[in-house]
Ligand binder design. Structure first.
Ligand code: CP
Length: 307
């Protein structure tokens, strides 16, 4: 089996079988990072260009490492090092990169829909590494992979996603991914941070954190996306933290053995207490580590190396 599309722009456009295919492919790449020589020849001769037009630590590093561990040639651009600052359009920039025989372009961009625009305009494969508030498909795949690694089954799994869901591409991708695989998804946050159409996606909405946490098997905390909020959505950060911050006491409301996730970057003491970040329940660093295997799987499948 292979992926149906040449691009990975969204989780919404993937089937449950395609999600499973990516996760199973990532299983086989996970051990590569534990080897003394962390490399396989699967993408030798292929070129991956990382076009990151918004800040990133985890996604950018792990895409670059993933491509290198697959033996691809890799170039990474940031806004300051590209001619976009001189007025060139995104599509013209990408077409010039494609003319240099890039096989896969990985794009992070502040505008929702930017990855779709590139995917339609190019013959090269495009991977969405986060486009505005729209989607962050590889982050959701990383999160699914991390939960599978903890031997959790998705059907019936209760996942509480907490925080600024309206502006979170991670939340949107995870909602699609988790519901496609049969999990029960809860959206927890103040009314100003919860989009109105969530019930159509089968998501239960909670405005009180304690209620949303009761019985949860997984808690996914989100950062306040202040850079995407046009106006203040909560009176003060201190009050937000008081009502929606995950503390050790609140963690006890969830199911025993609950796992705490966060895509990063975390704001310790705002949405999550430092003791929770560093607790046995936290899989935040597992998520960062798993980014490499999952992104290796995505690059490998899109390159057609499996066919
Ligand atoms: N999770 C995530 O996208 O983190 P970065 O912004 O550091 O890539």
């Amino acid at each position: 089996m292979s992926l149906k599309q040449k691009d990975l722009v969204s989780i919404e456009s993937l089937s449950a079988d395609e999600l499973r295919l990516i996760l199973e492919t990532a299983d086989s790449f996970k051990e590569v990072s534990g080897r003394e020589i962390k490399k396989v020849p699967a993408l030798r001769g292929k070129t991956v260009v990382n076009l990151f037009l918004e800040p990133s630590t985890r996604t950018r590093t792990s895409f670059e490492l993933a491509a290198k561990r697959l033996s691809a040639d890799v170039i990474t651009f940031s806004p300051s090092s590209s001619s976009i600052v001189k007025g060139e359009t995104l599509l013209d920039t990408a077409r010039n990169i494609e003319a240099m025989q890039a096989d896969i372009i990985v794009l992070r961009h502040p505008a929702a829909g930017a990855a779709e625009t590139l995917a339609r305009g190019l013959k090269s494969s495009v991977v969405n590494a986060g486009d505005g508030w729209h989607e962050h498909p590889t982050q959701a795949l990383v999160d699914l992979f991390t939960l599978r690694e903890k031997h959790l089954d998705f059907p019936g799994l209760r996942v509480a996603i907490v925080g600024d869901i309206a502006h979170s591409r991670v939340a949107r991708s995870n909602i699609y991914a988790l519901t496609k695989l049969g999990a029960e998804v809860r959206a927890v946050g103040p009314p100003t941070m919860i989009p109105s159409a969530l019930d159509r996606l089968g998501v239960r909405v909670y405005h009180k954190l304690d209620e949303g946490l009761r019985g949860a098997n997984v808690i996914m905390m989100l950062r306040l996306q202040l850079e995407r909020q046009g106006k203040a959505l909560f009176p003060t950060i201190r009050e937000y933290s008081q009502f929606y911050g995950l503390t050790p006491e609140r963690l006890k409301l969830a199911e025993p053995g609950v796992w705490v996730m966060h895509p990063g970057p975390i704001n310790r003491g705002v949405e999550i207490a430092p003791e929770v970040v560093d607790s046995f329940s936290s899989v935040i660093l597992d998520q960062a580590a798993n980014g490499i295997a999952v992104r290796m799987a995505v690059l490998y499948l899109l390159s057609g190396a499996n066919t």
